[in-house]
Each structure stands twice: as structure tokens, then as C-alpha cells.
Design a protein around this ligand. Sequence first.
Ligand code: SF4
Length: 984
Amino acid sequence: METPEDIPLEELGRRVSAARAATEARGETFYQGASRVHLAAFPPRERWDDWVELSSRAWPAREERHYMLVPTTCFNCESACGLLAYVDRQTGQVRKFEGNPEHPGSRGRNCAKGPATINQVTDPDRILYPMKRSGPRGSGRWERVSWDEALDALAARIRAAITQNRRNEIMVHLGRPGEDGYTERVLASWGVDGHNSHTNVCSSGGRTGFQFWMGIDRPSPDHAHAKVIYLISAHLESGHYFNPHAQRITQARANGAKVIVLDTRLSNTATHADYWLSPQPGSEAAINLAVANHLIQTRGYDRDFVRRWWNWAEYLTQCHPDVPVTFEAFEEILAGLYADFTFGFAAAESGIDASVLAEVASVVAGAGSRFACHSWRSAAAGNLGGWQVSRTLFLISALLGAVATEGGTFPNAWNKFVPRPIHVPPHPGVWQELSWPLEYPLAQNEMSFLLPHFLKDGRGKLDTYFIRVYNPVWTNPDGLSWMEVLCDEDKVGCFVALTPTWSESAWFADYVLPMGHGSERHDTHSYEQYDGQWVGFRQPVLRAARTRLGEPVTDTRQVNPGEVWEENEFWTELSWRIDPDGSLGIRQYHESRAHPGSKLTVDEYYGWMFANSVPGLPERAAAEGLSPLEWMRRYGAFEITRGQGAQHEQEVPAAELADLHVSPAGRVYTSAAPAPSANIVPAGAPAPDEAGRRAAGVMVDGVVRRGFPTPSGRLEFWSSTLAAWGWPEHALPGYIRSHVHPSRLAADQVVLLSTFRLPTQIHTRSANAKWLDELAHTNPVWIHPADAARFGIGRTGDLVRVETEIGHFVAKAWITEGIRPGVIACSHHMGRWRLDAAPSSASSPRGAGGMMATVGLDRGDDGWRMERRAPAGPYSSADPDSQRIWWNDTGVHQNLTFSVHPDPISGMHCWHQAVRVGPAAPGDRHGDIAVDTGRAHEVYQQWLLMTRPAGQVSPDGTRRPHWLMRPLKPAAEAFVIPAAGPGT
Ligand code: SF4
């Protein structure tokens, strides 16, 4: 038989070209090469049932391995790339993961973290059975319990809280959701406003700026077709949706696009940029405004787009009542608004030469409507007022008319599709003040990182607190305040960790319940990665493989290791036990429709969704003789549309405009019902008019168009919401000087950047992947040579002490010109630890074997001290590789030494720190931490003073503008501030 090795390369190339032409002529996708006939990049899908590879270990013998290839979705970041599990047909186990070429977002590509899923599955330290605490919290003593015991105990607590009207004492706190709405649906069915997220320590600063412009909180840049790509992040290596975006940015660069990167640190992304700007942290909005001012002063903006789509008329009416409401009058005012944001001003703020800024601005001006931009964490997550970074960035897009254009930036809701589920419970009728306090009426997401301080202030308590893929003690700032409240049973009655792996937080839990990795659970996803919409399916691959072989599987635990479960089945089971007879009205949302009175299964849940809520999928599946669920189990992702285009320009059909009413500002209202849609992607929901008619569009040059889901229906250059809710001075895109602005630093202080990711790690969950740990396991402090000389730090590797406002940490120096002088940087991924409370044993876990140091933690008069007792190193386990760990430096847990910095508008934690840095003191050791949590509480109180609470500024007696997005939005009546004050 002919093999690839037998064929001359030239002949191979000829055959590939011929095969490509033949395949494309049939209208099918061509995989470059095909195994056995010629070189293959991906196994052709028609051979996924029995894919044959030669065993590398058996070489030179030609030993065949037969695989069933089963798709799932990576869970190692939010990009949700497709994976293909190679299920060995002989052993029935997964041997490896590679990319799924059928996935429209990732297109067969993955970063290092995707294939490393196999490490997580085979991790010798993973949690395999439900555990219950058997000593005091934090003692590290555990006993194995049955799922029944854990479920009954939790169900009894939750049922009591619900029936005793203590619904706000139930909270589920998500780190990485990894799904689109399942948990919110469960909480809604319980009637509790108990959803909490990590978003205010992550992306809410970035979201807020986009939300006030578009009514939608995420950008969706069409990188692949852009002429200029402007990134305020390390997007190519670790940003949001970075693998799907990185491949499209690379595509654009190959076609001549220019890439501009703003990043104080020389990231891998910056090394690939045409223009790398290393600004003083917090000055990014000033740079954006200088670019915008250049477009305005040179009339380099798209006048017709601005005239048609900005809410300039509303702005003039409200803010310049003496000026005629004409576009020309607005242009005159606009020219003056940003005139002070010269290149000279931006240069003074940022430290970047005015000539460089001018050159960048002219490159941007040349992009026209092919200007793609992105900002997510980075500067928007680092600075007081950081949300203005994304608001000023989108100002550039809005000036260029590069909104929902080819090569421009879309609102994400148009490039995302969330199918409607089988049951939709009503909005809860309660308001959780521990997550949505009155001080932060405009917060983009839950004020999650203030929870310990609210509990310490006696604002409430929690009866049952779940965390899921979330490690608050380690991830959040001020983790020792978290530890203090998690150890206090009066504040947190029962603490439950839903997790695949041990963590610093799970250590304090009452129940640790093992949940599956990305190849061991069900979820659906859809993310904005190009101008199209797709739905991806994460699934337990061994369940899918056995089902394909005709073996029934009714519970994911039947195929997962140990008693590892998945949350979807867990939540259904728990909901049934909370409401066993259905009298609480909960059970109905977890019942089968096909078999009333029995539990809803994951097969029915997803089967219904794919059959009824994903346009085009039933037909596509039927063409292959499959049900929609079978099709998704076989291929893993389905593209619904491509080339959505400018949705805001769509004309609203007359049939949708009964009882038409047009406001003076051009907002169009109707009493007609909206056209039915299966897509429930979240977006802002504009308020109805006084007659209760819904906002259906906006009048533009005499035509009713769909517009944007903002109060005005247009892009909101001026935000009536910010103006009405106490912040009129920030209603326009502007520049807020950061809490780490040079004018606020003492002469011996520098700025610490602590927000950056490493490309091969992802917070807590990647630490149990040995390949990734070997690649990246430490986080030295980046220091410019000039600063090193200034502070007396001799060499790379020397210990430095970094002093924050509540304590200090000791780390190793990395002296590098990859950071601007006056700024230091340290990645947040490292410094994992386990307490030296008990020896490792079956009931006292190791945690992440190669990444966790064993530490001592003690409290003295001046606060907490943590010191390293034993570094990570080789150890015995079921995996021989754990004996081969050659590193012992696993970095430092700097986040413990940061106090909370809640932005008074967005609610974002402002991560940047003003610090002092110098050589380590005598006796200091690598990894040492000192923290005064009393001082941390004082800093929290200082930042609280910056707020303008809803009780003082709300224009209508509600807690929050109803139109703003909110996860698990409560019913309208819960928005009203009670007459007797909150908490009643
Ligand atoms: S970018 Fe990497 S970690 Fe993120 S989903 Fe894709 S493969 Fe997984």
C-alpha cells in the first residue's frame, strides 16, 4: 500500500491541489491534506469514527491505534475553542486532545492550554469524591461522603432559607462561567438573586465604556478584514478570545494591516506590533483622545455616520439649550470639546513622544471604516476611571464610522447566539444588596470583591455560599480578608466549593464537590470572534463516545473518573431535593416535558434546545440522518450565520410598528409584540415609554431603523444615564486621572502592574496541568535597569521587597528594558500555596502538585505573615512525571497584599498599585507576605467615600437604571428602593 513517505513531495503537492479543487467544487470544506493519502492537518470528519494513527512508542514497528474522535470545548479560558478528544477504541479512554476543525471560531487551532486538558483529566491530585470537612475550617481535615449525603444537607439548608424568606442568604459565586445562562436559570427557578461573578475583578471596566456607547458591553472586532488594529491589551497572546482573535489578527497582518499596541510592558503581543506604545499607566484615555482630537480637527471623521448615529441632538438639547439643534452647531462644539487633548498633552501624560502619537493618529485616520479595536482588562481594569479607556477607544471607532463594518468593530450581541432553553423561570422578586449595593448603582457587575467587607460591616450574612471555578482567596485582592470571613461561621454558614481541583479557597470549605473538566461536562457557548454567530457544545466525551457505540449513559458520573460529576445534573438533582413535591414551584423548571413528573435530563435539555432554538441546525442534522443533538454530539459546533452586517441599519418592518409613537429625540415606540427570536443574547433593554410601549427602533432621516439598545436608540456620545445618575461631568468620553497618576505618587513610589496573564497559564485551574507548569511557574518582578540602579537592586534574581498600602511581598527581580522606568510589573498567575496544617494524605490533599508551595500563616499584632515552609518539588504519585519536577520557584502571591479599589462608577477593582520597591530586608525570604487586614478595611472605607449612592442620586427612586445589563435581572419591583431603606 502506498504511504506518504513513498510519494515524492512534488507529487504530494499536486495531489493536494487536485483534492482541494475537487472538494471545493463540491462546495465542501477542504482539510489540507488527508492522512494516508497525503499529509494531514486535520482528520477528515467522515473518518472520525475510526481514525487510525501509528503508535509513536512502537516505532519502528508499525502499530496502529484506532480512535473515535469526539468534539468538546476547551475550558481553559473564555475563548471556548473546539477540541477533539482522541478516544482510544481499545481502552475506552482519552489519549489526547487536538483542535476541532469543525469549530467556526477556533478553526482547528488551540493554544498550549487546549491540548493540556489531558493533564487535567489525568492529574494525580484531582478531587475524585465528595469531601466534607472533619475539623475546624482551615484545619485541612476531610472525610469522604456520598453525593446523597451532601445533596440532602445542602437541599435542607436552601429549602429552609427559601421558606423562611432568607433568600438573600443563598449565593452562587462563579469564576469562569464557561456556559451561557445555565446557572442563572437555576437561581431564577429558586427565586433568589444569588448570582455573583468575578467580572468586577476582570473586565467590567472595559465593558462599562462600551455599554454606555452601544447598550452592549463587549466589542466584536472584525480583525481579519481590518486595515488598522488597535489593541489596549496583550491580545495576541492572552487577551479575551485570544486564540480565535490572534489567528484573525495574523491573517490581517499577512494582508498588510498595521497593528498598534498600547501596553506599558513589552508583551509578546507588543513584539508583533507595528507600533508599540509603552504609556505611563493610566494615560491610555489621554492618548485615545489625542487621536480622536486629530480626527476631529482634521475633519477626518465620517460626518454622515456621526450625523446619523450619534445622539448629538439629545446632547445639544440637554447641555446646550441656547444652541440651535443642527449638526453644524454640534460640529462646532465638538471641535472645542477635545481641543486641549493635543499630542503635546498626551505626550506629557503618557511619556510617549508627540511625534510618535501624531504618526499613530495618521495611521488610524487612514483606516477609515476598517478600524478594529479591543480593550478588555489591561488599562481599563487597572485604573480609577479605567472605563473611560474603552469609552474613548470606541470614540475613535464611532468617529471613523467603523461600527459594524467589514474590518470594523461590532457590538458583541450581533455576533453571539444564546439559544432559548426548554424552561425559562421568571425574574426573581428580591434584590441582593451584598452584590448590588446602593453605593454602586451603575456598577457593571456584582461588587463581588467587596463581599468580605460587607460581611464584616454586618450588612448581611450567607447561609449557603457556593463557589464554582472560583478561588476568591487567591484570585481577588485582599485574599486574607476573604479567608477571615470564610472561617467565620456566623458570616458564612455553609461554604461549598464546586471544583475539579484543590485550591486556596476550597481549603476552607465545608463541602468540596468534584466537578468535571472541559471534557467531562455539558455546556453551550457562543462568543463574538468574527462577524457571524455560532453555538458550541461542551460535552463529556466518554459519554458521547459510548452513546455513539449504542451504550446508554444516563448520568455523567457513569463515565467520569471516581465520582466526578457535572454541574448541570447536580443542579437538577439539588433543585428536586429542595422542592421534592413541587410545592415551592421550583421543580417545574427541572422536569421533563416529554415525561412529566420525571427529572429533566441533559439529553432532553440540550436536545430540545438544539431542535427548537438554533435556526438551521435541525435541517443540517436531518441532511445527515441525525437528530440535532446527535449532530452536535458528533461535530461540537454549528455556525448559524455569517456576515451579520450592520444590524442597526435594518429597517423595522411596518408589521412590528403598530401604535407607532416617536419621541422628540427620535426614539420609536410601539405596542406591537417583538418578532419572535430564539436568540437571548444579553443586551441593554431600553425602558418603555410612559404609555408602556416598548422601544422598537429609532427614526433616522425619516426611516425607522433598529438602532442600538440604548435609551436614545443611537450611539450615546453623551450618556443621559451618567448625567441623570449623579455623574454629569463624566457623561462624555473623557479622561479621569488614575489613582496611580504621577501627581499622586510620592517621590519614592512606582506603579505596579499586576494584571497581566502568561500565555500558558490561566488563574487557578491550569496549575494542575503539568506541561503548562513546566513552561511557566514563576512570576519575577520586572524592573527597568534605571530603577534597579535607583533602588539598589543589583542583579536579576536578587530578592526585592515590594511595599503596598496594606503590607508587602518578597519576590525575585527581573531587570529588563521591557518595562518603562517608574513602573514595575508582576504576573498574577503564580504564588499558589497550601497551608502547612496537616501532612498530605488521602484526607489532606496536596493541591496542585508542581505549583503549590507549602506555607505557614500566622497572625501577630501587626497583621498576617505568610512564609514558605517547603517549596514545590518532586513527589510520588500515580504519575511518574511528578517525580521529575525540576523547579522549586513557584513565584509569589502578590494579590494578598492589595487592598480593594472599587471604581465608584463601573465598580471595577482598580488593580494598579502605588508601591515602594527596594532590596529585600534582612531575614526576608522569597514568597514572604505581610498583610494588615485592619488597614485593608480602612482603605475599603476610603474608596467607599467616592461613591454617589442611589439613595441620593437616583432620579426615579430605583436602585439602578433598569435598562443597564445585569446578570439574573430581578423583577421590576425589586429595583425600587424600599421606603424604609435597603435591607427591608
Ligand atoms: S485560547 Fe487556548 S485556553 Fe483558551 S479556549 Fe482556546 S485552546 Fe483553550
